[in-house]
Structures are given as structure tokens and as C-alpha cells.
Design a protein around this ligand. Structure first.
Ligand SMILES: NC(=O)c1ccc[n+]([C@@H]2O[C@H](COP(=O)([O-])OP(=O)(O)OC[C@H]3O[C@@H](n4cnc5c(N)ncnc54)[C@H](OP(=O)(O)O)[C@@H]3O)[C@@H](O)[C@H]2O)c1
Length: 257
């Protein structure tokens, strides 16, 4: 599996990454069908398989229920893994809540360090709400993350954005940006281009339109050939799907060599 640098001084991460929403949360998600959370053994097997396949990045968030603490217990101590997590959103009693104040960001990072069992967090991104441009322009949340990076608590900082203006700001001030790019949503292309021009990292979220896209292999093959993408964060709790997603990306890379 190809590895690429996530931003100017960021970690090396695999082109296919594992999205961790379904590791810990079943409520308030937009997947096509309901599902059971994987058991501890199933999740351990999935992460072992991902490692064998050359995947070294897993994406999680405090808003993904038990995802962070399960990942921390299973792979927090394993140097193979880079873990990306988020700040700003929490999910309780079926509802998302957002707090981008400096003290909320610091507290959230501290809790993530404990849950992930890591002193230094590889990647932390702002888990932005619909008013993402306002939060990026106001700047306190980002300044707090940058201060934590300067203090050595975080290696790379970014923003998971929804709009082009917020994404463009992220490409200016952060190490990386996390954007949606899939067959039915190409709206964030200008952010991808801006990140490429600035030498910043790009994580793709919802590459399969959260499971609503039928041609999974085709979607991943196309994304693997798109300039500027650092890592395609694909959610799955199914070992067979993980292996076939990996094969699709490997095949796409091999055909371009
Ligand atoms: N605001 C944010 O920052 C934000 C928002 C959304 C997502 N994310 C991150 O991005 C990750 C990916 O996004 P996502 O999970 O929403 O959606 P996604 O990766 O586009 O799609 C995941 C869905 O596709 C299915 N799938 C995966 N591989 C498959 C295959 N080979 N064949 C058939 N179905 C397949 C999965 O089901 P199975 O489990 O059955 O394989 C799952 O339901 C998330 O897990 C999260 O880490 C971040």
C-alpha cells in the first residue's frame, strides 16, 4: 500500500485508511442499513487485517461513541498505527453538540489522549458544524490546536470542513484538511486543488457516499488516481469489504505504474 505524507511535517499514512464511525456508534448515522457494533474480537481481527494489508491510519472522533476508547485499548500502544481524531463535536442522548471554545478544545484533546492511550496525538482535526466558515474565521479553535501542536501534544492539525470557503482557510493555516469527495459530491474540488498547491494533506471522508454508492470498486479506483489526495478514509466493519477495498486501491495504483 502506498504511503504519503499528511501535510508538510505530518506522519506518513497509507493511501487507504480505516474510518472508525461504525466502531462505536449506531445512532444518528446516515448509513443505508442498521448494524450491530463489532465485538471486541471482531474489531481486533479487523484492525489486524488492516495492518497486514498495509493500512496504518484509522480515523475516529469523540462524537463516535465508544470508537476512541475501543481503538485506544486495541492499538493505542502499537507504533504501526497513526490515529486521527477530532475536537469540537460530542454526541450524547442521540444529539450532536458543538463547542469550539479554547477550554473545550483543550479538555477534549486531554480526554482523547487518555482514551487513545497516547501522550502525543498524531492528527487532530476540528469536527466542524454547518457554520464552519464562521468558526474558521473567528480563529480561537484553530489557534488553540496550533498552540497544542507547538507544545508537542499534537503532531498535525487540520479541519474537517463542509464548505469551500472553510476548506480554503484550512489549506492556508492547517497541516491538512478533511473533505467529502465521492461520485455524488464533487463540490469540494477547489479545496483539494488549493491543498495540493499549498503542499497540505487531504483526507477524504465519505468516499462511498456513506455506503449509498453502488460501485465501490469503481469509486475507490477513481479516487486512488486523483491528484492531491493523501488518504481515502473508508468506513467498514466488514473484513471482506476491507480486503476488497484494499485490492481496488492496489490495482488502481498498479495500473498507473
Ligand atoms: N465530519 C467528519 O469529520 C466526518 C463525517 C463523515 C465521515 N467521517 C470519517 O470518514 C469515514 C468514512 O465515511 P463514512 O463511514 O461515512 O462512509 P464511507 O466510507 O463512504 O462508506 C462506509 C459505508 O460503506 C460500506 N462499505 C465499505 N466498503 C464496502 C464494500 N467493499 N462493499 C459494500 N459496502 C461497503 C460500509 O459498510 P460495511 O461496514 O458493511 O462495510 C459503510 O456502511 C468515517 O468512518 C469517519 O471516520 C468524518
Amino acid at each position: 500500500m502506498d504511503v504519503r505524507q499528511l501535510g508538510p511535517d505530518g506522519p506518513l499514512v497509507s493511501l487507504l485508511a480505516l474510518g472508525g464511525t461504525k466502531f462505536g456508534r449506531r445512532e444518528g448515522v446516515k448509513y443505508p442499513s442498521s448494524f450491530e457494533l463489532p465485538s471486541d474480537n471482531e474489531l481486533a481481527d479487523l484492525l489486524n487485517l488492516a495492518k497486514e494489508l498495509g493500512i496504518n491510519l484509522v480515523d475516529t472522533a469523540p462524537a463516535y461513541g465508544t470508537s476512541e476508547s475501543r481503538i485506544g485499548a486495541l492499538i493505542g500502544a502499537d507504533d504501526h498505527w497513526r490515529i486521527a481524531t477530532k475536537v469540537g463535536e460530542s454526541f450524547h442522548d442521540g444529539k450532536s453538540r458543538f463547542d469550539f471554545s479554547p477550554h473545550a478544545i483543550r479538555d477534549s484533546v486531554e480526554r482523547s489522549r487518555q482514551r487513545l492511550r497516547r501522550d502525543v496525538l498524531d492528527v487532530v482535526v476540528l469536527h466542524l458544524s454547518d457554520n464552519d466558515e464562521e468558526i474558521m474565521r473567528e480563529g480561537a479553535a484553530l489557534a488553540t490546536l496550533l498552540e497544542l501542536r507547538a507544545n508537542g501534544v499534537i503532531n498535525a492539525v487540520g479541519a474537517s470542513t463542509k464548505t469551500v470557503p472553510a476548506g480554503i482557510i484550512a489549506t492556508e493555516y492547517c497541516d491538512l484538511v478533511m473533505i467529502t469527495l465521492n461520485e455524488s459530491d464533487q463540490s469540494q474540488r477547489p479545496v483539494l486543488e488549493a491543498a495540493y498547491a499549498a503542499g497540505k494533506g487531504v483526507l477524504i471522508k465519505k468516499p462511498l457516499d456513506s455506503g449509498h454508492h453502488g460501485d465501490v470498486g469503481g469509486a475507490l479506483t477513481k479516487l486512488a488516481g486523483v491528484r492531491g489526495i493523501t488518504s481515502i478514509v473508508t468506513g467498514t466493519i466488514n473484513a471482506g469489504h476491507l480486503a476488497s477495498n484494499c485490492a481496488a486501491v492496489e490495482q488502481a495504483l498498479a495500473s498507473r505504474r
